[in-house]
Write a protein that binds this ligand. Structure first.
Ligand SMILES: [Zn+2]
Length: 160
């Protein structure tokens, strides 16, 4: 997963080597949470179960053996190519101790970072509202559809 440009300064210069060591040295090319293998295309279900072709059995989102899907669940099957990413257990990119780094697949990484993404989304919405307040006046705080002035294009600064 690419590092956002504004956060790159927090990562160490040898991050690439650290990431390679965590993903392929320590974790052996498998997600440290669900055990999906890096670079392989696996069958997945929306609840996180996935088919392990090596064991010829289904595994749960935690890597433990899981029940086979029924026909209705099988209809929602999709195939994904697993990509491992090194991530920080405490979400602090400056803390690069071995015990703070994890090799996670995309799904586990998104689940792990969910609280962080929710906070970031909330801040982004508040920043956009604050910027909108500068140009259009205060946004309504009552529920329902916004007033028409928030949906229409802003007036030209040259119009009187
Ligand atoms: Zn995983």
């Amino acid at each position: 997963m690419p590092i956002p440009r504004d956060r790159r300064v927090h990562y160490p210069a040898d991050w690439r080597g650290l990431s390679l060591w965590v993903r392929f040295g320590r974790a052996g090319g498998r997600c440290e949470h669900c055990a999906r293998p890096h670079g392989q295309r696996v069958a997945c279900l929306p609840d996180g179960r996935w088919y392990d072709p090596q064991r010829r059995d289904w595994r749960g989102p935690d890597g433990a053996p899981a029940p086979w899907p029924d026909i209705a669940e099988h209809a929602r099957l999709r195939h994904v190519t697993v990509r491992l990413a090194a991530c920080h257990r405490n979400h602090d990119p400056r803390d690069n101790r071995a015990e703070n780094l994890l090799a996670l697949c995309r799904r586990c990484h998104l689940v792990h970072d969910r609280p962080y993404h929710l906070v970031r989304r909330r801040l982004r919405v508040l920043q956009r509202r604050a910027r909108g307040d500068l140009f259009l006046g205060r946004y309504p705080t009552t529920p329902g559809w916004p007033e028409l002035r928030f949906l229409a294009t802003p007036p030209s600064p040259h119009a009187r």
